[in-house]
Design a protein around this ligand. Structure first.
Ligand code: ZN
Length: 113
């Protein structure tokens, strides 16, 4: 998905939290990501002290223009949504991610109406 217009990073994030809540809590930061990492955004599964999945952590590079940051946010939120106990390997771009991306896209489109 490529967004061609958006309502802005924080309104999009608020809307996705409301309309597409993931199984695990989701922490989102728009921050510096070193160029050496080679990514503009990422999503990681974090664990508690007992090794149980506790939340997903999404980072979006602060250097991205607003529309690209929204696009990256949508992509990474779909990863967080794709996580289930049946599908713990949520960092692929398989069918679960595709369905999650469709949910995110519909929520985004509803925001623009
Ligand atoms: Zn991805």
């Amino acid at each position: 998905m490529t967004l061609h217009r958006s309502v802005g990073f924080l309104p999009l994030l608020r809307s996705l939290r409301q309309h597409c809540p993931p199984v695990l809590p989701m922490r989102v930061r728009r921050c510096k990501i070193p160029a050496s990492v080679g990514a503009i955004a990422d999503c990681a599964l974090m664990s508690d002290d007992e090794g149980k999945p506790s939340h997903s952590s999404i980072r979006v590079a602060s250097r991205l223009p607003e529309i690209a940051a929204c696009d990256a946010l949508a992509h990474e939120v779909a990863h967080a949504l794709a996580y289930t106990t049946e599908h713990p390997a949520f960092l692929d771009h398989g069918p679960e991610w595709g369905l999650a991306m469709a949910r995110v896209y519909r929520a985004h489109e509803a925001l623009l109406r």
